[in-house]
Design a binder for this molecule. Sequence first.
Ligand SMILES: [Zn+2]
Length: 107
Amino acid sequence: MSRETEYKEVMHKYMEDVIVSVICDGCGKTESILPKTWYEFSGHHSEWGNDSIDSYVYFHACSPKCYKDALIKAVKEFKNYKRSGKIDGMPYAFAKGLSELNGEYNG
Ligand SMILES: [Zn+2]
């Protein structure tokens, strides 16, 4: 059986998770897109080899004040992964220490 082909434009339909809103993990403010003044960071761990890509969790902060609350939330989220957990690029223990600092930000 031979096949004849023609070079044509083809539209592929597929489902994918699309971000419909971002929510500040500090104050709960919601935006439909990530504002340039916000900060997004992720936490992940590498406990199960290649599956660790699934461990990525994203956090959002609309201000430095909310960043601290978001960091506290992230530290709680990864409390069972003290060894391999990384939050915003920091080792778990460092992120935990930072989240426990009592300084006031006056910006
Ligand atoms: Zn906020």
